[in-house]
Write a protein that binds this ligand. Structure first.
Ligand code: C5P
Length: 218
């Protein structure tokens, strides 16, 4: 059964003026790998991505965004675009905070006092609320330290079917590398720790899990 995947990838950027922003080291590799794996398995894929230097996988509809608020709007539009249920995979490293204001012109060093007021960004997964029947939601969690307990908590709080957690301090895991060492955490408290594998292999497992849920009719 062909599914409709909406995958988010990369970092978001939160500008304080036209030349300065807050962001994080996400390269988008994990999200692009999920988009590629879903497409290769015959699914329809929309990829909502922050600023990254990666080629769009063939056959995937790509929507470029910059900030967390733009990503939220694009995800909402993609979810609303068709009536069929969807599998949302939130791989993006969304910035939790943004500068309270963004100046239209470059801020002058002399006019800055060394403090930056921040406001919370919306949490995209939380703001979507609970799922419609048939929808699948998968999140990611980058932690420093053993991610298992925190991952199960987030999985429940964000109404997810699965959270893919990794300790970004482990060699070969996390930002900017082609491999990942992840744990799959489920809302019932189960945690499967997977060995070090390529991001492509992690992506294939995620797609297979979504297919399995869809076949079960959940
Ligand atoms: O709570 P934490 O940021 O660790 O949760 C990570 C998950 O939540 C990821 O799937 C990420 O894409 C998503 N997220 C979000 N909106 C945010 C921050 C994170 O949807 N503002």
């Amino acid at each position: 059964m062909a599914l409709r995947f909406i995958v988010t990838a990369g970092p978001t950027r939160e500008y304080l003026d036209p030349v300065r922003f807050l962001s994080n080291p996400s390269t988008g590799r994990m999200g692009f790998a999920v988009a590629r794996a879903a497409r290769a398995a015959g699914h329809q894929v929309t990829l909502v991505t922050g600023p990254v230097a990666l080629r769009t996988p063939r056959g995937v509809l790509r929507i470029d965004v910059v900030s967390a608020r733009e990503m939220l709007a694009a995800v909402r539009r993609a979810l609303a675009a068709e009536r069929t249920s969807s599998a949302l995979v939130m791989t993006a490293a969304v910035a939790d905070w943004r500068p309270a204001s963004c100046a239209a012109r470059k801020l002058k060093k002399s006019g800055m006092d060394g403090t930056l007021r921040l406001v919370r960004n919306p949490d995209i997964l939380r703001s979507l609320g609970s799922k419609a029947p048939g929808d699948i939601r998968i999140g990611f969690a980058a932690e420093t330290g053993d991610p298992a307990a925190e991952a199960v908590r987030k999985c429940r709080a964000k109404h997810l079917d699965l959270i893919v957690a990794n300790d970004v301090t482990q060699p070969g895991a996390g930002f900017g590398v082609k491999t990942n060492r992840v744990a799959f955490a489920f809302p019932d408290g189960r945690v499967d720790r997977l060995p070090l594998m390529s991001k492509d292999a992690v992506a294939r497992r995620i797609v297979r899990f979504a297919e399995h849920l869809a076949e079960e009719g959940r």
